[in-house]
Write a protein that binds this ligand. Structure first.
Ligand code: 13P
Length: 343
């Protein structure tokens, strides 16, 4: 596998004005999302929902790639086209979540390590045949006065780097996702400190394991004050503290930082991305790889009802368009109202 292909795929995923849809919810997670709209999660309701998202007319103008789950990469659209081929036909790159979830870390009460390395080389080869050209692995860290421990930080960094090296060997661009959860009462300064520690360990391991930065994308949390903090930082402070952490620790050779939304409201996730891009240019593209912040309005507009498919697609298209504007720092909250007035 020529490295050039990895570099080209990574760059295509962060092409101007475009970002990634994370639609890789595991069966357990999608059930929780469907519970919120009172819909039973079955193979066919999951297929109908992913079909709604992936067939949204014109959304490929704003979406470069979609992260799929094991079931979805093997599933077909309602018209019988396998999902990976459907995406490719629209110029959207198929990706795959390959980790097997965060499991309790031995000797570390309340902390986790992400599993899924056993057999990963063989699984990656199969996913490549099914059409995947990039992948995702998520390490998870929580913030308290004592967490995350250095042990948790380094154990997850080591696993993320082993995953990334195996991906590149298979011709698949690894998205490395160290997610520092923003639940709790912590200050934004504490979030910046923890995020910085996590990134420092991650890039140390990536270099040690010979991972090619130009064929890698980083998917981090934004630096926020805790969701339960008494005083929460505003948009400008979030942009500045987040950039502070990435400028210290993310090599310029990484083509893009593609954020997770992590439980922010969809409009906050857009406004924060916009504020960071407005402070550019930066050494890397700053883009999105949102799950909830791209899907929540669509899921609720659809509500599991065939007659609402168009409304769901409209909601998804709108969020993709707003985040595309945030890619170049030209988003304004007023654009939400203008679009609502037109709809
Ligand atoms: P959220 O944007 O909902 O945090 O999901 C992104 C993701 O892929 C988490 O692994």
């Amino acid at each position: 596998m020529a490295n050039n292909e990895l570099h080209e795929t990574a760059q295509a995923l962060v092409a101007e004005g475009k970002g990634i849809l994370a639609a890789d919810e595991s069966t357990g997670t999608i059930k929780k999302r469907f519970d919120s709209i009172g819909l039973e999660s079955t193979e066919s309701t999951r297929q109908a929902y992913r079909d709604l998202l992936f067939t949204t007319p014109g959304v490929e103008e704003y979406i470069s790639g979609v992260i799929l789950y094991d079931e979805t990469i093997r599933q077909s659209a309602l018209d019988g086209t396998p999902f990976p081929q459907l995406l490719e036909s629209k110029g959207v790159i198929p990706g795959i979540k390959v980790d097997e979830g965060a499991k309790p870390l031995a000797h570390a009460e309340g902390e986790t390590v992400t599993e899924g390395l056993d057999g990963l080389r063989e699984r990656l080869a199969e996913y490549r045949k099914l059409g995947a050209r990039f992948a995702k692995w998520r390490g998870v860290y929580s913030i308290s006065d004592t967490h995350p421990s250095e042990y948790c930080i380094w154990t997850n960094a080591h696993a993320l780097a082993r995953y990334a090296a195996l991906c590149q060997e298979a011709g698949i661009v690894p998205i490395v996702e160290p997610e520092v959860l923003q639940d709790g009462t912590h200050t934004i300064e504490r979030s910046e400190f923890v995020t910085s520690r996590v990134l420092a360990a991650l890039f140390t391991e990536l270099f040690d394991q010979k991972v090619d930065m130009a064929g890698t994308l980083l998917k981090p949390n934004m630096v926020l004050s805790g969701y339960e903090a008494s005083k929460r930082a505003g948009v400008d402070e979030v942009a500045e503290q987040s950039l502070h952490a990435y400028y210290k620790h993310v090599p310029a050779a990484v083509p893009g930082i593609v954020f997770l939304s992590g439980g922010q409201t969809d409009e906050d996730a857009t406004a924060h991305l916009n504020a960071m891009n407005a402070r550019g240019p930066h050494p890397w593209q700053l883009s999105f790889s949102y799950g909830r912040a791209l899907q929540a309005p669509a899921l609720h507009a659809w509500g599991g009802k065939p007659e609402n498919v168009e409304a769901g697609q409209h909601a998804y298209y709108h969020r993709a368009k707003m985040n595309s504007a945030a890619r170049s720092g030209v988003y304004a909250p007023q654009m939400e109202r203008e679009a609502a007035a037109v709809a």
